[in-house]
Write a protein that binds this ligand. Structure first.
Ligand SMILES: NC(=O)c1ccc[n+]([C@@H]2O[C@H](COP(=O)([O-])OP(=O)(O)OC[C@H]3O[C@@H](n4cnc5c(N)ncnc54)[C@H](O)[C@@H]3O)[C@@H](O)[C@H]2O)c1
Length: 324
């Protein structure tokens, strides 16, 4: 019989650890620097697909410098909203790098929400104008919240335009986020209003294989930055072809998604975020460039953050110890 102990962290436990966004961003920046130097092992994610536009992905990664190895088994189901269930759900396992033995299992909703927001902000650090102070959030779900929270850590945000197809979600977003971040948030009824006036635009609606995109050419202003958390679902081919610079977070995964039908009208990214953070490729080159981050979401992002959550939970006495 095994006497190996693993720490189980429920969604409430991970939330209670309450890792701050600035730390999440800095953990990701270190990990992307390692990736740029070729020091991360991360095979493209395999997945299964039980419903249209839905996925369950296996996301393993090993970051030697952080002694972090593990896997996230994560589902994304666009129709869950109709059942009052979350879009993204799943579990994450951490393995000891010397023995391979699992030492933690945790719910992955918090990590997915926070690391994705942090990855947008990190891309913006290199690709947006530093004085950017107006943000546009299109889709006020989980990602809308954490993307804005992360941008607020790195940019002097004063005003936010928020749009969602469900007006009640916009209303809740305005109330909650203006109180939390102490910024002016204006709910808008037309998606264009959230783009044309903004320096930083995040789109975080459903990822669709055959989308009918919303954002047209010239909506994103010269000098502005976009983060397409929902792949190319929100941006028309004309809007994408107008970008001076499109980055991704991983070339191999971008090619994989392209081969299975996504990104058919997206120009080839000039760099991945690791190359930019490591200084191998330049970021923004002047105040007039239109830039876009197409972050696909990497296992490495999760494995950069999960060990820190484990360490803090252990120190705080949070979670349930189980026998393997
Ligand atoms: N790239 C990544 O790393 C990454 C990571 C996690 C999630 N995602 C993606 O981010 C998206 C959002 O995830 P979430 O957890 O925030 O989901 P969520 O269900 O919490 O939020 C989605 C929001 O989109 C709104 N919406 C639906 N259609 C819309 C439209 N046409 N225009 C504007 N708003 C619309 C919904 O009303 C809802 O508020 C999903 O597509 C998910 O797959 C990407």
């Amino acid at each position: 019989m095994s006497d190996q102990q693993i720490l189980y962290l429920s969604q409430a436990d991970v939330t209670e650890v309450n890792l701050d966004m600035a730390t999440v961003i800095s953990l990701l920046e270190n990990a992307f620097r390692e990736k740029g130097a070729g020091k991360v092992e991360m095979p493209p994610k395999p997945g299964i697909h039980t419903m249209p536009d839905a996925f369950i992905h296996a996301m393993p990664a090993y970051i030697p410098s952080l002694q972090s190895a593990g896997i996230k088994w994560v589902s994304g189901y666009p129709d869950n909203q109709k059942r009052n269930l979350p879009y993204i759900t799943g579990l994450l396992i951490l393995n000891d790098v010397e023995t391979g033995i699992p030492y933690a299992v945790m719910d992955c909703a918090w990590i997915t929400a926070y690391r994705t927001g942090a990855a947008s902000a990190l891309a913006a650090k290199y690709l947006a104008r530093p004085e950017s102070h107006v943000a546009g959030i299109l889709a006020c779900g989980v990602q809308g919240h954490t993307n804005l929270e992360a941008l607020k850590v790195l940019f002097p945000i004063e005003r936010v335009y928020a749009y969602d197809i469900h007006p009640d979600r916009v209303q809740r977003f305005v109330e909650e986020m203006s109180a939390r971040l102490a910024v002016e948030i204006i709910g808008v009824k037309d998606p264009k209003q959230a783009v044309v006036q903004s320096d930083l635009v995040v789109t975080s609606g459903p990822i669709l294989k055959h989308p009918t995109p919303t954002i047209q050419k010239d909506w994103l202003q010269a000098g502005a930055f976009g983060s397409a958390v929902d792949f190319d679902s929100y941006w028309t081919a004309d809007a994408l072809s107008q970008m001076d610079r499109i980055s991704t977070d991983d070339h191999a995964q971008f090619q994989y998604y392209k081969s299975v039908g996504y990104f058919q009208t997206t120009p080839e990214p000039y760099a991945d975020l690791g190359e930019i953070v490591a200084g191998l490729k330049p970021g923004r080159q002047g105040p007039k460039e239109r830039t876009l981050a197409m972050n696909l979401g990497l296992a490495m992002d999760d494995m950069a953050v999960a060990p820190e959550i484990y360490r803090r939970a252990k120190a705080m006495g949070i979670g349930t110890w189980l026998t393997l």
